[in-house]
Design a protein around this ligand. Structure first.
Ligand code: CAA
Ligand code: FAD
Length: 379
């Protein structure tokens, strides 16, 4: 067993860290305050290859492994989780899904610009009445011979307005339940697609979350991913890797807050000494460091299993539930270490605490991860 990162891993980690410091840190508070999508920064992330990290160079990607992806996600998320969720959705849900299950034509037409970051994508599974209970899809894709007619509403869609390409799950054969669902590639500018208002959120306020409405949208048959009825399995398989991305996002949010707490504890004096000299603060920092290290190991283990083509469903869910709960706990303690200063925007930790919460909700709530884990260990 080798815990050493390779030279290449260290280089990618440093590149992501430098990018976060120079490109994302300036303006991160204002973007959060004004719910401003980090458009310029995402463009640059794309140019550097961070939006198609694991896609083969043949399709315009960087051809890196999942461990590199975890390392980059952690560094970007330390500074700006609104940017890292764009990166996570594009890499793990959209690009991975297309590269793994798409046809050659779909890859040439959609994956190449997505992997190069020329356009971004979105993943549309959730509906107002189908969140955790994702098999209850009400959006319909009626089979019309050479095309599908898409009708319905998706909600909470990350990149909803910025994406050019949507991967949409919709029900074609309701009598077949989850086996009747199809995954379709839908271009955002298709007639009949409407983008709803932007959600005003607690955290990741820079990311654009929208409802998307479909009314009689014509989707050519060649835009279906996989066989007829493969859509739900497609969504589950894709989310398996997505959960590693969100676990790494949570890891980054936690380690960002921890680094700020360590720094502040050495600067702030109370009762004649730095607060880092008080054992109550030292023990908080020790617990933060320990939980973060455990999260990192779970994320890297899941990534390694994915790279080895092993089944990573269980480890991905374990990484997600543990890292997201760690992020919530660590960020709350980081605010505590900062005292009153932690409660205002300039010190960053309150934003990280607000951003942490979503990691327990999207790509499967903590309860859903526990369902996946318990089913696996009891099987
Ligand atoms: N791989 C392959 N197939 C799978 C699978 C997996 N990981 N998980 C389930 N399936 C298959 C099952 O085998 C079953 O097929 P068969 O009937 O052939 O056996 C079928 O899918 C239905 O599965 P279940 O019976 O297990 O379905 P369920 O109704 O009990 O639900 C669930 C299972 C795990 C709760 C699932 O519905 C789920 O993951 N819900 C959460 C949805 C979610 O994560 N949404 C995220 C949206 S994207 C997002 O959030 C992005 C973002 O924020 C940035
Ligand atoms: P519900 O499913 O209604 O759950 C409510 C509560 O009940 C939760 O605590 C849940 O864990 C619990 N619960 C439900 N069922 C069970 C059960 N069987 N056992 C125990 N507890 C249970 N979706 C997309 O498709 N694409 C996106 O890009 C996307 N981005 C998002 C971005 C944001 C900011 C947000 C807030 C959501 C996003 N989502 C996206 C949706 C997200 O995946 C769902 O919100 C999530 O899956 C939970 O679904 P729900 O909100 O309907 O909650």
């Amino acid at each position: 067993m080798d815990f050493q990162l390779t030279e290449e891993h260290l280089m990618i980690q440093k590149a992501a860290r430098d990018f976060a410091q120079t490109e994302l840190l300036p303006g991160v508070i204002e973007r959060d305050e004004h719910q401003k999508f980090p458009a310029e920064q995402i463009k640059k992330l794309g140019e550097l290859g961070f939006l198609g990290m694991m896609v083969s160079p043949e399709y315009g990607g960087a051809g890196l492994d999942t461990i590199s992806y975890v390392l980059a996600m952690e560094e970007i998320s330390k500074i700006d989780a609104s940017a890292s969720v764009v990166m996570s959705v594009n890499n793990s849900l959209v690009c991975w899904g297309l590269e793994t299950y798409g046809t050659e034509e779909q890859k040439r037409k959609y994956l190449v610009p997505l992997a190069k970051g020329e356009i971004i994508g979105a993943f549309l599974l959730s509906e107002p009445e189908a969140g955790s209970d994702a098999t209850s899809q009400r959006t319909t894709a009626e089979d019309k011979g050479d095309h599908y007619l898409l009708n319905g509403t998706k909600n909470w869609i990350t990149n909803g307005n910025s994406a050019s390409v949507y991967l949409v799950m919709a029900q074609t054969h309701p009598e077949k339940g989850s086996k009747g669902i199809n995954a379709l590639i839908v271009e955002k500018n298709s007639p009949g697609v409407t983008v709803g208002a932007k959600e005003n959120k607690l955290g990741i306020r820079g990311s654009d979350t929208h409802s998307i409405m479909f009314q009689d949208v014509v989707v050519p048959k060649e835009n279906r991913i996989g066989e007829d009825g493969f859509g739900f399995k497609f969504a589950m398989k894709t989310l398996g890797g997505g959960r590693i991305g969100i676990a790494s996002q949570a890891l980054g949010i936690a380690s960002g807050a921890y680094e700020l707490a360590v720094k502040y504890s050495k600067e702030r004096k109370a009762f004649g000494k730095e607060i880092s000299q008080h054992q109550a603060i030292q023990f908080k920092l020790a617990d933060m460091a320990t939980r973060i290290e455990a999260s990192r190991l779970l994320c890297l283990k899941a990534a390694w299993e994915k790279d080895q083509h092993l089944d990573y469903t269980l480890s991905g869910s374990m990484a997600k539930v543990f890292s997201s709960e760690t992020a919530m706990w660590v960020t709350t303690e980081a605010v505590q270490v900062h005292g009153g200063y932690g409660y205002v925007k300039e010190y960053h930790v309150e934003r990280l605490m607000r951003d942490a919460k979503i990691t327990q909700i999207y790509e499967g709530t903590s309860e859903v991860q526990r369902i996946v884990i318990s089913r696996s260990i009891l099987a």
